[in-house]
Design a protein around this ligand. Structure first.
Ligand code: SF4
Length: 443
């Protein structure tokens, strides 16, 4: 066997793509190694969302180059930076062998063979007419990912938010057919998954085919929920514009669907939402939250915020703060706006000064942290179901799992009996980013 080392950056979709790439190159004799030193093939699966993504890639490539000087290694740059940079990767890092975009990963085996034979640069950043999901062999899907697995049901985006590169790097929206998703879910559960995270850049825009009809996300969830031994379903990332009746219903009626929704709002100012091309207002967003809470009072929310989008005034930012106060999030992610080349936001002349963005971000993060801590503290004294994986805690014999609300829960597991199980845990202590508890059986 030859060694394959994959370093994955960014979102869950990239984690999922890395599993597909691992499986698609297996027939060439590669199996995963945990250390780049032992690798014959190194894949950097990159992300373009964070600032200076390209610079970080070239820094990492510099380290891999040192390894390549000592032994023969094929170096692949994959993911959204590969798509965005294209041949520029070879110009800045001539020792890279292959550049492959997210839609072309099915061609990886032939690219590897070509690169080994020609010893030259090989690139595929096409958006093929046949979606990548349909090009990959069936064996690539459903391999064991442990007790919590990712399953991509949708990819790409047609929304063109003015700050985002995804429509350019991942292409147009595509939904996989229901039967393919169902078969993959069955395999994942047979391979030990208790929880499935349905993935998509715009997951609730899902509109897959099912026996000649169109099936939306709510109906897909109800379908998958029938799988025996599957205990939890989640989905990420949703868009407020794509809420639909059957999704509300699924949350109200399907006990396997976790009562936790990641619903990015980005800003509380209608002026900024319009400039971002989000196509909803703060009021409409709040109505969605209200409707979910009326249907299922225990439901909780997380969100994404961009602070300092071009043209954002102090008043606009205050509206974001007010929205956060109204919703009271269980957790949320917030970032300073940073221009992405090629997006309309980057062209605007009214960029917000860096120090203003920093000051607003700190204020927002303080409020979000207070809400998160309060939410965590409210769980102290309660007993909640926690899904443990193989993730270990900082202390010896400590294991970490997830609550229904994605809180990290740490507990002692001296006998190693909780891994991959859902266990009722009595919560004793709340921290900013985690909970500490004792399994109810040991209490
Ligand atoms: S909906 Fe999401 S993925 Fe699509 S452009 Fe907007 S931020 Fe990007």
């Amino acid at each position: 066997m030859k060694g394959l080392y994959i370093k994955t950056y960014g979102c869950q979709m990239n984690v999922y793509d890395s599993v597909l790439m691992e499986n698609v190159v297996k027939p060439l004799g590669f199996s995963v190694v945990g250390d780049a030193e032992k690798a014959d093939l190194v894949i950097l699966n990159t992300c373009h969302i964070r600032e200076k993504a390209a610079e970080k890639l070239y820094l990492e490539l510099g380290k891999i180059r040192l390894l390549q000087k000592r032994k023969e290694i094929i170096i692949v740059v994959a993911g959204c930076v590969a798509q965005a940079e294209g041949k520029e990767v070879f110009r800045r890092a001539p020792f890279v062998d292959i550049v492959v975009g997210p839609q072309s990963i099915a061609t990886l085996p032939e690219l590897i063979v070509k690169a080994s034979r020609s010893k030259g640069h090989v690139i595929n950043t096409d958006f093929p007419e046949v979606a990548k999901f349909d090009k990959l062999p069936a064996e690539c899907y459903g391999s064991s990912q442990g007790s919590s697995a990712f399953l991509a049901i949708q990819e790409g985006c047609d929304k063109f938010c003015t700050f985002c590169v995804v429509p350019y790097t991942r292409g147009a929206e595509y939904s996989r057919p229901v039967n393919e998703i169902f078969c993959e879910a069955l395999k994942l559960v047979a391979n030990g998954a208790k929880e499935i995270n349905l993935l998509g850049q715009n997951v609730n825009a899902y509109h897959g085919e099912c026996e000649g009809e169109v099936c939306d996300l709510g109906r897909l969830i109800s379908h998958i929920a029938k799988i025996e031994n599957l205990e939890r379903i989640r989905y990420i990332t949703s868009h407020p514009r794509d809420m639909h009746e059957s999704l509300y219903l699924a949350h109200a009626e399907e006990p396997k669907l976790m009562p936790f929704i990641h619903l990015p709002v980005q800003s509380g100012s209608n002026k900024i939402l319009h400039a971002m091309n989000r196509k909803y207002t703060a009021e409409e967003y709040l109505e969605i939250i209200d409707r979910f809470r009326k249907l299922k009072p225990e439901i909780e929310f997380s969100s994404d915020f961009i602070v300092g989008f071009p043209g954002e005034t102090e008043k606009d930012f205050e509206e974001t703060m007010k929205l956060v106060e109204k919703v009271k999030y269980a957790q949320a992610y917030s970032f300073k706006y940073s221009p992405r080349p090629g997006t309309p936001g980057a062209e605007r002349k009214d960029q917000v000064p860096e120090e203003v963005k920093t000051e607003r971000l700190l204020r927002l993060q303080k409020l979000i942290s207070e809400q998160q801590l309060e939410f965590n503290q409210n769980v102290v004294g309660k007993t909640i179901p926690v899904l443990f994986s193989d993730k270990r805690g900082k202390h010896q014999n400590q294991i970490i799992g997830k609550s229904p609300y994605m809180q990290s829960v740490c507990t002692d597991d001296h006998e190693g009996k909780y891994k991959d199980k859902i266990v009722n845990v009595r919560i004793l202590e709340a921290r900013q980013n985690s909970l500490l508890g004792v399994p109810f059986t040991d209490f």
